[in-house]
Design a protein around this ligand. Structure first.
Ligand SMILES: C=Cc1c2[nH]c(c1C)Cc1[nH]c(c(CCC(=O)O)c1C)Cc1[nH]c(c(C)c1CCC(=O)O)Cc1[nH]c(c(C)c1C=C)C2
Length: 551
């Protein structure tokens, strides 16, 4: 590869950091790598706070971890294995806090319905015979006799209702969609979010049959090669995967992005530009140059740009319009951390937490509550000192697709009267306080009503994460295929994309997709150097969206 080669990554979240990390691992030291981080703090919605905490009832000092976004990772699957490999290479293994498959957090996930907590089924068979659905028709039979819809895509709700009946979608599946996407089951694409179900229907004509046959996998050839490589190099990881349900780190999931950034700094290969606002990307195909204009700084020139920015942010930098970059909204989630004195607050049903299904009409009845995580039970080892045994820590997640609808109730109840859609989003001054108070009350009322905990929290923290989870609307994968073709045609490999806005929102998927695009870009640049690329032409240029044709 030419010593003048310069690859620039845009975006300092987990996807941008991972892309830079894999580029640094796979390129010779002569290749220049720049990471332009932007103005937001590294870690984004993975951000965690460790609060020095003095439980007043003991007078002893402790320290308690309050996390904002996803707080754990699943080790399973190829993307899970890939993250574990990264964790080991970063030297983070000693910080892992595993949750065993036999722990209450692994076995007990609940949904709140008809004034009680019901245990979520862990298998499709368990779901089909679930007491919440007992009064309805035998759904397993329905699934076995129904064929496919013949449609390329449909909403999760349409798919599930067609195969298993409406109760199944409104009760169980909508709750799960709240607990992953904070999204609306009637709007999200079944193919892009639960691809396994889509493929089971397509391949076996039945989900039950597909499950029994172990079908539905959506692993690409690249995924399978990656798995083989990791298993060969680190065979002992499988043992951890087999016994672990989820895991986190001593100081929270943010430790992963912090450690990634530290390793990039220490390694010295990547020029990290913090606090840099990219204003424009201009591409000159003839000289194979991308001019990156940065506010108040000299422009940067690169041979390839990999954007890990949210798709609408990338659109703002481009002169041509790509409707696929702006089609999906991203939802806002309010995260309320609550810490109670343990002797006044006890969980009757220990577990991971509970979710509110669509059938509960949450936007109105529960002011937009999506669910509550039982942090003290889910990953108890994260809290230290006196706080570990003397506190009950819960986190309420509120809003998502119901954010504005829920908050519109504030305008009718608060003196300021300025909530609702105005939350698009100028959270300042007294209005900000009203909004925070609204979410605090939503969370504490839910804990009283649903968990029968009447105590007053010792500590409350509210964080509002604007547009933190992209919503893959119906037709998402087809749009990604169209975008793949357009980027290939217009940029000929000079611009590739990665990140939660495209092909997987989970932390594991973001890391694996970052690895895939970084490795593909590097091998393409190597081919170009060898003169092979000229023979193959645009058909082969890298966009980061190649896997959209496999899913
Ligand atoms: C109550 C709302 C939410 C809870 N977690 C999230 C929300 C919006 C965010 C979230 N949860 C998952 C992901 C994707 C995976 C990742 O990045 O690691 C995100 C962004 C994982 C997840 N959470 C639940 C399920 C079934 C999954 C899928 C993978 C898995 O099985 O672990 C369920 C769940 N989420 C929440 C609760 C309280 C809950 C179950 C009781 C909180």
């Amino acid at each position: 590869m030419s010593p003048r080669t310069h690859i620039t990554v845009l975006g300092g979240g987990i996807s941008g950091l991972s892309t830079a990390y894999y580029l640094a691992k796979t390129t010779p030291s002569t290749v220049k790598i720049t990471l332009i981080e932007g103005t937001k703090r590294t870690g984004g919605w993975l951000h965690s706070d460790r609060v020095k905490y003095d439980p007043s009832h003991t007078g002893e000092k402790g320290s308690i971890l309050l996390e904002r976004g996803p707080r754990s990772l699943r080790p399973q699957g190829i993307s899970g294995l890939n993250t574990l490999e990264m964790v080991r290479n970063l030297g983070l293994e000693s910080k892992i806090e595993p949750v065993s498959k036999t722990s209450p957090a692994a076995k007990n996930r609940f949904i709140y319905s008809h004034k009680t907590l019901h245990k979520l089924p862990s298998t499709i068979m368990g779901a089909l015979t679930h007491p919440l659905l007992a009064a309805k028709i035998p759904r397993a039979g329905l699934d076995l006799v129904k064929g496919g819809s013949g449609q390329e895509d449909e909403s999760i709700q349409d798919f599930v209702t067609r195969r298993f009946g409406k109760g199944f979608s409104d009760d169980l599946i909508s709750a799960m969609v709240h607990g992953i996407y904070a999204g609306d089951v009637s709007k999200l694409s079944v193919r892009a979010t639960f691809g396994m179900l889509y493929h089971m229907e397509k391949d076996y004509g039945s989900i039950v049959l597909g499950m029994l046959m172990g079908g539905g996998a959506v692993d690409t050839p690249w995924d399978l090669t990656l798995k083989e490589k990791i298993v060969k190099e680190m065979p002992d990881l499988q043992e951890f995967v087999d016994k672990t349900s989820i895991y986190s780190f001593t100081d929270g999931l943010e430790e992963l992005s912090r450690s990634l950034e530290n390793s990039l700094v220490k390694d010295g290969r990547v020029d990290i530009r913090k606090e840099s606002v990219v204003e424009r990307l201009e591409v000159d195909l003839a000289s194979r140059d991308v001019r990156i204009s940065i506010k108040g700084q000299d422009p940067v020139h690169a041979n390839t740009v990999i954007s890990a920015l949210p798709p609408p942010k990338l659109q703002k930098l481009l002169s041509t319009s790509y409707p696929e970059l702006t089609h999906n909204p991203a939802v806002t989630v309010a995260v309320v951390n609550l810490v109670y004195p343990a002797e006044q607050a006890r969980l009757a049903s220990p577990g991971f937490g509970y979710l509110i299904p669509r059938s509960e009409n949450s936007a109105v009845k529960h002011r937009g509550l999506l669910g509550v995580v039982f942090d003290s039970c889910a990953i108890p080892a994260q809290d230290q000192g006196a706080s570990q045994d003397n506190t009950l820590k819960l986190t309420a997640m509120i809003g998502g697709h119901m954010f504005n609808e829920a908050l519109s109730q504030l305008s009718s109840s608060s003196a300021s009267g300025s909530a609702g859609s105005t939350l698009e989003l100028s959270l300042t001054g007294s209005h900000k306080d009203d909004v925070k108070e609204f979410f605090t009350k939503t969370a504490t009322d839910a804990v009283k009503k649903h968990l029968k905990i009447d105590a007053t929290p010792d500590l409350i923290k509210v964080h509002i994460h604007q547009e933190c989870i992209p919503q893959y609307l119906v037709g998402h994968l087809q749009r990604m295929q169209t975008l793949d073709q357009s980027l290939r045609k217009d940029f000929d490999g000079l611009l590739a994309v990665t990140g939660a806005g495209y092909l997987g929102i989970s932390v594991n998927d973001c890391i694996k997709n970052a690895r895939e695009v970084a490795e593909a870009v590097v091998s393409k640049l190597e081919e170009e150097e060898d003169g092979e690329a000229q023979l193959v032409g645009r058909q082969d240029a890298i966009t980061g969206l190649e896997r959209s044709w496999f899913l």
